[in-house]
Design a protein around this ligand. Structure first.
Ligand code: ADP
Length: 503
């Protein structure tokens, strides 16, 4: 019998993860009992040190990829999106409100402010946010530049002043995105997520009322109306994404394009950093994408959260986050090999840790001198040697064990369509699979996103659709689901019967 899988939590949290893993029969790492390397998952809310990536062993997983701050820090995200807007076209990268990093962009902000003041006058609003704070801390909304006061680095953004409201309440969506790997880029989005409401009715004449303008739970749970039964919204400040789907149905909203636009935001945002993230096959990361929807149903990216909150404030949190974490563990793809840990490693002489430095990162891979001697521990005495035989023998390559359900298309591995509530959103066809296998071909990926979006757009004539189908490279080999709608449809089905698919 294989040894139990072991998890290691930094700073004792998050409690939800501990609970889920213990329920699944995992064991918590204990410094006194276990050796330094004797764990399968190390989870931190903050970043890992670079040495922790370099020394990662085949049975170990970390919950962050290296160097993802490029999308998770507000100022870095703004810069990266601006760079992509220039390189790939503003029409595509038009999902983030215009933003300025102050003080460095002050002159540019002033020019834009004056210009808009002349053309749009009273109807322009701005929001100011400290770049390295979260949970709504330090945020304020203003109209007049004389009210812009700051004493740290901030981002000033166009305030989306016409959000979609539900019974007069503002809300945003927390979408959970798992980047299974950056090389090749493999992305899953969870079907369940959160709708986070403001707890007072939206009103542009009270810009100081944060309970009406901000949707952070950390703020609204202290609001006077948090517990009150609010029209349609109910008590508290959260819905599940499933409940939001019902709401959209009741409004007879055409959902295909809506969900695909959010899909595109996720992929296009990840593309801004994907080429520069060093490969680390044993890392998995859960990001929280915050999306605001305006009255025209256009989704806007507000920010990407590095360690989305896993605290449980209400029943909605329990429903959403418990399933999410359980599916995330499945996505991490632990197999019996992982529970063999060091013994299997020594037996098959893997001499290399999992981290792979790219030319761009130029990080030397240290030798694993400490793994030379036959060092077995009592904890693993129950391991049967036969189980070690499925390890890739003597491999000098990182151990990338295919996930259950993985298929090969023209000798390339296609990750499974879905794992629990996680739907694979990238790659979504043969062309994007190819474009992400070696050096990421951002141009091809963007072209494919264009094609797919055009394909789903209402009013496409059957002839145009047919022409597109003829040009879709190898579509018949490659199944993909459209993340978002209830019972996500296959993209291949949509090409024929998009109007008939039940949302
Ligand atoms: P934080 O990291 O502090 O949560 P966010 O960027 O997520 O910062 O902003 C907090 C909240 O402020 C959001 O959840 C949203 O309700 C509101 N908000 C942020 N930016 C905008 C914007 N540009 N337009 C409208 N509302 C915004």
């Amino acid at each position: 019998m294989a040894a139990t899988l072991v998890f290691r939590l930094h700073d004792r949290g998050p409690e939800l993860l501990r609970e889920v893993l213990l329920e699944r029969g995992w064991e918590e790492y204990d410094e006194g009992e276990q050796e330094e390397e004797d764990w399968n998952l190390y989870w931190r809310g903050s970043a890992f040190h670079s040495s922790q990536y370099h020394n990662l062993l085949p049975w170990q997983r970390l919950n962050h990829h290296p160097k993802t701050a490029g999308i998770t820090r507000k100022d870095f995200l703004a810069r990266n999106l601006r760079r992509m807007r220039v390189a790939s076209g503003s029409a595509l990268y038009d999902f983030s409100p215009t933003g300025f990093i102050l003080p460095s962009d002050y002159t540019r902000f002033l020019a834009e402010y004056n210009q808009l003041h002349l053309t749009s006058g009273e109807s322009v609003y701005w929001i100011c946010k400290p770049v390295d704070l979260s949970r709504g801390r330090g945020i304020f909304i203003f109209k007049d530049i004389k009210d812009l006061v700051y004493d740290c680095s901030v981002i000033v953004q166009r305030y989306i002043s016409d959000p979609l409201l539900i019974s007069g309440y503002k809300f945003d969506l927390r979408i959970y995105v798992c980047v299974k790997s950056f090389h090749p880029l493999t992305v899953y989005i969870h079907q369940e997520g959160l709708v986070r409401f403001a707890t007072e009715k939206y009103n542009l004449s009270s810009l100081h009322n944060l309970y009406a303008h901000l949707t952070n739970t950390s703020i609204n749970k202290f609001g006077p109306f948090y517990k009150a039964e609010k029209e349609r919204v109910g008590p508290g400040c959260k819905w599940t994404l499933s409940k939001f789907r019902h709401f959209l149905n009741s409004q007879e909203v055409s959902q295909l394009v809506f969900w695909q636009r959010i899909n595109n935001i996720v992929t296009l945002t990840l593309l801004t950093i994907a080429p520069t993230v060093p490969p680390c096959p044993n890392c998995v990361e859960l990001f929280g994408f915050d999306i605001l929807i305006d009255v025209r149903l256009k989704p806007w990216l507000l920010e990407v959260n590095y360690s989305p909150a896993l605290t449980l404030d209400c029943q909605t949190d329990i429903t959403v986050k418990k399933g999410l974490i359980s599916d995330l563990v499945d996505l991490m793809n632990y197999t019996s090999i992982d529970s063999l840990r060091e013994r299997a490693y020594l037996k098959h002489r893997h001499k290399q840790p999992c981290f792979h430095a790219t030319q761009s990162s130029r990080v030397p891979i240290p030798a694993l001198s400490k793994f030379k001697g036959p060092k077995f521990k009592k904890k693993r005495s129950g391991i049967q040697s036969s189980q070690t035989q499925i390890l890739p023998l003597g491999s000098q390559r990182p151990v990338t064990i295919p996930l259950k359900g993985t298929r090969a298309v023209k000798e390339q591995h296609v990750p499974p369509l879905r794992v629990g509530g996680f739907i694979r959103t990238f790659p979504f066809n043969t062309a994007t699979l190819k474009a992400s296998q070696h050096k990421l071909d951002v141009k091809v990926i963007i072209q494919e996103l264009h094609k797919l979006t055009a394909h789903l757009a209402p009013g496409q004539s059957d002839k145009t659709k047919q022409r597109r189908e003829e040009h879709t490279d190898g579509a018949e080999d490659f199944e993909s689901l459209l993340w978002g709608p209830k019972d996500p449809p296959l993209l291949s089905q949509l090409s024929i019967t998009s109007k008939e698919v039940e949302l």
